[in-house]
Design a protein around this ligand. Structure first.
Ligand code: HEC
Length: 295
């Protein structure tokens, strides 16, 4: 597989020796450091199975579904503090505000219920829309609904859309992630684009998402343990203590892009939507448990 050097951020020519070791593993075509003879783009379902097998081996004794709680699935000390925070969850206000926004009539008198029924619909997203030939996320669908009913779209980095999606996430708790397997050529292209993004090295650190969250999952990076990719999408939006607010999955993607010294993409850019599509597909079978709390 050729690493996508056209992608964001600089790609350094001489990676440090430690990094080079595991980078080589996925230069051969797979994220997971499996046999180099495997095809560069296996079927999505084979990817999902390989990912599950990778984490089952890496975190033996921890059920795959437990990764919905990120590092708290395996970091005992951090887990205790986190459970204490859950006694008075700081995302609660955002959920309440989201409910209010959800029930405010739109310009033509309709409400979000006309688009989203009772609001427990998070597991329907993201999906690949064959007609539009793009990945539709919940946030995109919220703005589509607004436009249909005479309202301006909301800015994706603003407070209102993240509260609406926090409310919808809350109503959808317990639903199982079940993204339809990409079959058509355009759907597969979007999926593979997200997959390529995940395994492409970028930034001054020359790290791919998979460097930290696949190869090094469970290890420490400075003071932090690194979480597994499975479950990365289950709990958004999330209240981050660092943000002192709820924020979206794409905001977190941007943060991780910046962390390695690469330019982030805009929230809801095609790049991040394809990435979300890939990550959600491989997380099929895990329950939704948003909103969550993270450091
Ligand atoms: C240099 C290592 C590193 C790289 C590379 C990296 N991340 Fe992260 N990421 C972290 C750390 C540290 C955290 C916070 C601890 C944790 O949850 O793993 C984190 C957290 C996350 C989370 C939140 C997990 C949760 O439970 O809420 C997501 C989602 C995420 N990263 C996605 C990505 C994506 C997508 C990329 C590639 C664009 C990426 N990361 C690249 C280090 C990295």
């Amino acid at each position: 597989m050729s690493i996508n050097t056209k992608s964001n951020g600089s790609v350094s020519k001489a990676p440090g020796s430690v990094i080079a070791g595991f980078v080589t593993l996925f230069s051969y075509g797979l994220l997971y450091g499996l046999a180099s003879s495997a095809p560069a783009y296996a079927e999505p379902e084979a990817d999902r199975q390989a990912m599950r097998a990778h984490y089952e081996k890496r975190f033996s004794g921890i059920p795959i579904e437990a990764h919905k709680d990120g590092v708290y699935a395996f970091d005992e000390d951090a887990r205790e503090q986190w459970l204490e925070l859950e006694d008075f969850p700081p995302y609660e206000i955002a959920v309440d505000e989201g409910e209010e926004f959800f029930n405010i009539p739109l310009a033509d008198g309709a409400t979000y219920s006309d688009c989203f029924g009772d609001g427990a619909i998070k597991s329907q997203y993201p999906y690949f829309d064959e007609e539009r030939s793009e990945v539709i996320t919940l946030e995109l669908a919220i703005n589509d609904c607004r436009r249909q009913h005479g309202e301006e779209p909301l800015p994706y980095n603003g407070a209102e859309i993240v509260r609406l999606s926090a409310y919808i996430a809350f109503l959808s708790r317990g639903q199982i992630i079940a993204v339809a397997e990409p079959v058509s050529e355009p759907a597969l292209a979007a999926y593979n684009d997200g997959k390529r993004f995940y395994s492409s090295r970028r930034g001054q650190l020359n790290f791919a998402c998979s460097s930290c969250h696949v190869q090094l999952a469970g290890k420490r990076l400075r003071s932090e343990r690194l979480s597994a990719s499975l479950g990365h999408v289950s709990h958004w939006p999330t209240y981050r203590l660092k943000w002192q607010d709820v924020g979206s999955l794409h905001r977190r993607f941007a943060r991780c892009n910046k962390q390695v010294g690469a330019e982030p993409f805009a929230q809801q850019s095609p790049e991040y939507r394809n990435l979300e599509y890939f990550l959600t597909y491989i997380s099929n079978g895990l329950p939704l448990n948003g909103p969550a709390i993270r450091k």
